[in-house]
Ligand binder design. Sequence first.
Ligand code: DO4
Ligand code: MG
Length: 285
Amino acid sequence: MRLCRFQPGNGRPRVGLLKDDATVLDLSAEGIDRLTSLFEFEGLAGQLETLADQNLPKFALGDVKLLAPVEQQEVWAVGVTYLRSKKARMEESDFSATAYDKVYDAPRPELFFKSLPEKVVGPGKAVGIRSDAKWSVPEPELAFVLNSRGHIVGYTVGNDMSSRDIEGENLLYLPQAKIYTGSCALGPCVRVGATEAEARTWQIELSIRRAGAEVFRGAVSAGQLKRPFDEMAGYLFRCQSFPHGAVLLTGTGIVPPDAFSLAPGDVVRISISGVGVLENSVDVV
Ligand code: DO4
Ligand code: MG
């Protein structure tokens, strides 16, 4: 089952249930206006199955605008969770290389704040590259959707846009490398009802196109994520409450070659086999 936020024409945002790849069922007909409250239900997947069988108003997916599937949730991220990410970061940095090495094996994960919900970019909108960065990359990541109790209620596709030169210059610059206009994209929907074992079979793929031609392609299995899912979610909710729930990006395992940097006009396409495809163009901010 997949949930989304969508907008038909210029209407108000609504909550939808994706029946298939072409149709969205309008849950506002059932009085459901917010994803956040749905995520608090126990047995959500079963309830969505029941709703899917009802005769709800439908829209063709091509006739609506999909929005980022966040309302008031803060977005956080885990880092250095794939071997590939640890290696790339140790290479790009000078004196902070051991920090990445240590955190990869430490019991406590690296966790960082990524975005306020209102700053998240949805499907089809532009993600940003900083005008003062020389080396910008997308980071395609499986994202957990967590309710206020810290339970993983679903998964979405995330892009943790990053300025590698700024991060590499000094680890204390991480917030500037990671948090700026257009640095976080989420979507196109939230996949509900998948277990960790199932999510670990999913393939994460990144394709970057420039002037119509593909300039980078990479893939990784979510099964290569080093940390158990509950461990990552558990650390986020340690000593901190999230009354509206939260979204947690789980790190990247795809790193383009060092000579590659995003350019304005590029198109970043991230697909996660069990969730969907998130596509965004690139603009300088
Ligand atoms: O430590 C820097 C950030 C790591 C990160 O974003 C990742 O591994 O995906
Ligand atoms: Mg990342």
